[in-house]
Design a protein around this ligand. Structure first.
Ligand SMILES: [Zn+2]
Length: 369
């Protein structure tokens, strides 16, 4: 090892949380060594990256020296149920407690904004590589407390928490499995966005900058019975390139790096849909942001690291077509970018609605000329 480098041995640990890496930094570590099967929480990972501390996985190193042990908190007992005890410890780390509070605050926001009804809606956060904190079933999001929350694995098995986990968990887990950068998933039923979801239509783009940057192209997935694996899998074709998906005849799902940000996207989509509906009542066409100015917004979005199917230049044309064809419509037929199968039925009705929206657009154009 070179001069000035300091490696701290944490191979005796089965879980590395924020406090452990903060202690390592305070002790002057430039690298830490962990056991190969050790769980490192996402925030601990981020902290190591931010402070340039190298993470070295090594199962073969000897047990930690007494000095290294003295610098760290007690290791959980290892026995035949060792894996369970690690997970249970993860459930009550300071990081988990902070996220539980954030989930409760976001749940209350959802209820206050009328995005959830009865015990509807659910929120989760991936706290470990295979561990997810989530809301319980049959609890109003207004009434949530940190004690109500559950810990599950990526197969949906409940590891900790006294209340049964949400029945919509499978939807969240499918997102985590295919989108590595998704740390939080949120599902709710905001009325104006859900109005789109029950008509099988998507809102147009290039109307309001904030929507372009934070959501952009919103996809629509086909209907399936909620709570089933088939329902959970309906979002798979879309979630890599869309952080927000309309769920046909149901509601919406959003993913983000934090629970708070996932709720922001729900707010941005709901307000956008609502504003479009209000504008439609004014009886004059909606002005559009130009394609060139739209490119500026996409550049901002790319810088923020947010996904958008329009970054896929090979699909640029098909992503823009429908918007250009019906410039005044506020409810568009989904293109292959948004879920071309729509709700999977009623092609005659779809054609009729498309003809009507094109006719309305032409009539609007005639009236304003
Ligand atoms: Zn639902």
């Amino acid at each position: 090892m070179k001069n000035g480098e300091k490696r701290i041995d944490l191979t005796g640990r089965k879980l590395i949380a924020m406090r452990d890496v903060q202690d390592a930094l305070a002790a002057g570590a430039t690298s830490i060594v962990t056991a190969a099967n050790c769980v490192v929480t996402p925030s601990a990972h981020d902290f190591l990256r931010q402070h340039g501390i190298e993470l070295v996985e090594n199962a073969t190193l000897p047990a930690p020296s007494p000095v290294a042990q003295a610098n760290s908190s007690p290791t959980p007992a290892s026995d035949s149920s060792g894996h369970v005890s690690i997970n249970r410890r993860l459930f009550s780390t300071p990081e988990a407690e902070a996220i539980k509070k954030e989930i409760c605050a976001v749940g209350r926001k959802l209820w206050m904004r009328q995005f959830v009804d009865g015990n509807g809606g659910n929120i989760s956060y991936r706290i470990g590589p295979n561990e997810v904190l989530c809301t319980p079933t049959l609890v109003s999001k207004f009434d949530l407390t940190p004690e109500d929350l559950c810990l599950v694995d990526l197969e949906g098995n409940q590891i900790a928490g006294s209340k049964p986990r949400t029945s919509e968990l499978l939807l969240h887990l499918e997102v985590y499995k295919v989108v590595p950068e998704a740390k939080a998933v949120l599902h709710c039923h905001p009325p104006h966005a859900t109005a789109y979801a029950i008509t099988g239509r998507v809102p147009p783009n290039l109307v309001i900058p904030e929507f372009e940057v934070f959501v952009g192209k919103v996809a629509i997935s086909p209907y399936e019975t909620p709570g089933t694996k088939a329902f959970a899998e309906t979002v798979l074709p879309y979630v890599k390139q869309h952080n927000t998906v309309l769920l046909s005849n149901h509601g919406i799902v959003c993913w983000a790096d934090t629970v708070t940000h996932a709720e922001w996207y729900a707010e941005v989509l709901e307000t956008y849909c609502w504003t479009l509906m209000l504008a439609a009542q004014l009886g004059v066409p909606i002005s559009r942001i130009s394609e060139e100015q739209g490119s500026d917004l996409l550049a901002i979005k790319k810088k923020l690291g947010l996904p958008d199917i329009r970054f896929d230049t090979s699909r640029m044309k098909e992503c823009q077509l429908s918007d250009l064809e019906v410039p005044s419509s506020i409810a568009l037929e989904p293109t292959p970018c948004d879920g071309s199968s729509g709700n999977g039925n009623g092609s005659d009705a779809d054609l009729e609605a498309l003809v009507k929206s094109v006719t309305d657009a032409v009539m609007d154009a005639v009236r304003t000329n």
